[in-house]
Ligand binder design. Structure first.
Ligand code: ATP
Ligand code: ZN
Length: 279
């Protein structure tokens, strides 16, 4: 049987979530993978530095990979991106020393900017007609202004804690990044099957299952409200009562707004459940 070959980050910010996603898709990978290549009966896993993942997929050594969108854009391999994966969120942003007077990137004209994403930065500066010099660093970009090798940085930011502890403030964002699923534009049935599973897992993670009883007097209003936001699965009047049982699938990010609205309309017995797979 042909095995699917997949490239994942060996260690670092995307490693654990990548493994969790594959396990949710039915593979059985353990978390303490130490080797560079691990094989199960239906999968060959290459554990790499994230920067090497696009090249492995582009050359066909791996069929698919999971990597940050920022890495793909920096290596100009956007044609490999199939889907966003909903983790590894960060922004590529400009930051300057807290006490500096630079308010926007335009103020960095003629200055030196340190980054580990020189191609993206160069493109951005050209598009905005800003002439700054670029100092390429591969790690710990945030120390560059403190040690006097740059006036500003262009770096990945998530919580902002690293910037803060290095006495830096964010002034502008180039783009938002997250982990992406990559493969060649033309892919075979094995890749298609994994892609199908990933979409089912993602859809399940993005949604919740909500059950409740609605008072009949407010039922029309409640259904009208829910109709715009969720997928209604079931509406069943409860015999000899003033209540109706309702089942819906709700986008997870608005669940609290929906619960608030349902409570306002006197719904009761509200139960929210996670979904495991949603096809
Ligand atoms: P490697 O050893 O694999 O080269 P790395 O140091 O380049 O690792 P990590 O720091 O593990 O990479 O980050 C991997 C990816 O995680 C980044 O490319 C980015 O997509 C994402 N990410 C999310 N939040 C952050 C953050 N605060 N800083 C850096 N990367 C982040
Ligand atoms: Zn890297």
């Amino acid at each position: 049987m042909n095995k699917l070959k997949i490239a994942l980050q060996k260690a670092g910010r995307l490693h654990e979530e990548s493994i969790n996603l594959l396990n949710a898709c039915g593979f059985k990978l353990s978390l303490d993978l130490k080797q560079l290549k691990v094989s199960t009966f239906n999968l060959d896993v290459f554990l790499l530095r994230d920067d090497d993942i696009p090249g492995f997929v582009q050359k066909g050594i791996a069929d698919v990979g999971i990597v940050g969108k920022n890495v793909i854009l920096e290596q100009e391999m956007d044609f490999l991106i199939r889907d966003n994966l909903g983790f590894g969120y960060c922004k590529l942003s400009f930051a300057v020393p807290k006490e500096s007077l630079y308010k926007s990137v335009k103020d960095l004209s003629g200055k030196c900017i340190a980054t580990s994403h020189p191609k993206i930065l160069d493109k951005f500066l050209k598009e905005h007609n800003i002439k700054s010099s670029i100092h390429k660093i591969s790690g710990s970009v945030e120390i560059a202004p403190n040690i006097g090798i740059a006036d500003a940085i262009c770096d990945l930011v998530s919580s902002g804690r690293t910037l803060d502890s290095n006495n830096l403030k964010e002034i502008e964002t180039i783009f938002s990044s997250e982990a992406v699923f990559i493969c060649q534009p033309k892919y075979d049935i094995l890749v298609d099957n994994l892609f199908f599973r990933i979409r089912a897992v993602k859809r399940a993670r993005d949604n919740n299952y909500l059950l409740f009883n609605a008072p009949n007097k407010n039922l029309d209003k409640i259904i009208y409200y829910l109709h715009k936001l969720c997928q209604i699965l079931h509406i069943r009047p409860i015999a000899d009562s003033a209540w109706t049982y309702v089942k819906v699938i709700v986008p997870a990010f608005i669940i609290w707004n929906i619960l608030d609205e349902l409570k306002k309309n006197s719904a009761k017995d509200l139960v929210v459940l996670p979904i495991k797979k949603f096809v």
